[in-house]
Ligand binder design. Structure first.
Ligand code: GLY
Ligand code: MN
Ligand code: MN
Length: 435
């Protein structure tokens, strides 16, 4: 992502904020894992979206129209000794020269400087409730200003949810964001192809996970957007299965939901395939049904359609198919109305995708499903899950979980499947697994 893009985003936000206002965003904190060990650091998505700055202990401040500079970055001071251990720190000079800040101060001076900046502003754009430490500081600063009211100090009058504005911006992806997301999806698709090719009965689920991670890492994606799910047989019917510690059996399907993160942008792909390389008849029937539902849903991804149009299409296709296979009985419209499909398909058909795998942005506006617009990216991921021991279900269908998930960009006249490189028809899957 270029410096210009981060600058463009700050400008766009500042235009929406208007004069006499201030936006305050903290960086994510470093999280401790156990003694002397930290989780690998991941910048806060909102903070990074506006700054491109990936150090912890920082606060970004935007003050539209401020003469001495509109963008102020509070960050760590350089420290030769510390940098020898942990690597370079941008410091105040770097914040200006490398990250486009108009002005920068040591983070240790936040308490001294920020109240004076707040004093000049009517409106504060701030995501309350996300960072307890900064919430507390904010409340202290405002009450400090209130106490000075008699000497003519004017505390800010309005607090506005910054996240709401920012998340609407994040919902519409720019050209460079789309390029990154396409790249992330391509890397993940290569990972899915690799595990289809290398799949052998008797291998452990975590070995398949390791192959996926290896393929992503060697292609430059060193983080995953979420914990990979590799579920063989009945494990595939557990929606959030992440133990990945069972042996893959020749007669089973395996469900793999795995997607890398690239420069903080997520991909999210699920493929389901037979461990043996060949679908059995019941597996093929259920798989084709989920694929038909996914294709019907993807057809509904176009500008002007409501966000839930794909879900409705998936539900209709699945319900019709489940009746045809004898897994549901009755009138299709009645079954849909009474949500009988939920016995086998109990989640939504997708979600927004972006810097976060379950990305930000409202799904409804004034109580109505939002319309799809060019630049939005969402997943389409219908599934069927039939655990062992399901009551009233023939044995041949049991122990099967199937989900097919792609990453879809809404375009001017329809959609573009960013994850199209990952094989998904029965023919494609059987062909690649034969190699
Ligand atoms: N991998 C998370 C999801 O599919 O929503
Ligand atoms: Mn998903
Ligand atoms: Mn997924």
């Amino acid at each position: 992502m270029t410096k210009t893009e981060f600058k463009r985003r700050r400008r766009q936000l500042m235009r929406m904020m208007g004069k006499d206002s201030i936006a305050i965003l903290p960086a994510a904190a470093v999280k401790q894992r156990n003694n002397d060990v930290h989780y690998s650091y991941r910048p806060d998505s909102d903070f990074y979206y506006l700054t491109g700055f990936s150090e912890p202990e920082a606060v970004a401040v935007l003050i539209p129209g401020r003469k001495q500079g509109e963008y102020i970055l509070f960050c760590r001071e350089r420290d030769e000794e510390k940098e020898r251990w942990d690597g370079p720190i941008a410091g105040q000079e770097g914040a200006v020269s490398e990250y486009g800040a108009d002005d920068s101060f040591p983070i240790a001076d936040l308490d001294d400087i920020l109240p004076r900046m707040l004093e000049q502003c009517e409106r504060v754009f701030y995501a309350m409730g996300c960072n307890p430490e900064l919430d507390q500081q904010m409340s202290n600063w405002v009450s400090q200003l209130r106490r000075k009211a008699r000497s003519g100090v004017h505390p800010p009058q309005e607090f506005i949810a910054l996240d709401h504005y920012l998340h609407d911006m994040r919902l519409y992806k720019s050209r460079s964001e789309i390029a990154l997301m396409r790249k992330a999806a391509r890397i993940s698709a290569a990972g899915h192809k690799r595990i289809m090719r290398d799949c052998r009965a008797g291998m452990m689920e975590y070995q398949m996970e390791a192959d996926f991670l290896h393929e992503c890492t060697r292609r430059g994606a060193r983080q995953q957007a979420y914990s990979p799910i590799v579920g063989g047989g009945n494990n595939a019917t557990v929606l959030h299965y992440v133990d990945n510690d069972c042996k893959l059996q020749a007669d089973d399907l395996v469900l793999v939901d795995a997607g890398c993160e690239l420069e903080l942008y997520a991909s999210d792909i699920t493929r389901t395939f037979p461990v043996s390389g060949r679908f059995s008849e019941p597996q093929a029937l259920l798989y084709q049904l989920v694929l038909d539902a996914q294709l019907a849903a993807i057809k509904q991804v176009k500008p002007g359609n409501a966000y839930n149009a794909p879900h409705k299409a998936a539900v209709r296709t699945l319900t019709r198919g489940l009746v045809k296979l004898g897994l549901l009985k009755g009138n299709i419209n009645t079954l849909i109305k009474n949500e009988k499909y939920k016995k086998f398909f109990m989640h939504g058909t997708g979600h927004w995708l972006g810097m976060d795998v379950h990305d930000v942005g409202d799904y409804k506006i004034d109580g109505h499903w939002r319309q799809l617009e060019p630049g939005m990216v969402l997943t389409i991921e219908p599934g069927l899950y039939i655990p062992l021991g399901s009551k009233g279900v023939a044995k041949k269908w049991q122990g099967i979980g199937i989900r097919i998930e792609d990453d879809i960009l809404v375009t001017k006249d329809g959609c573009d499947i960013l994850s199209a490189d990952a094989p998904k028809t029965i023919q494609e899957i059987e062909a690649i697994m034969e190699q």
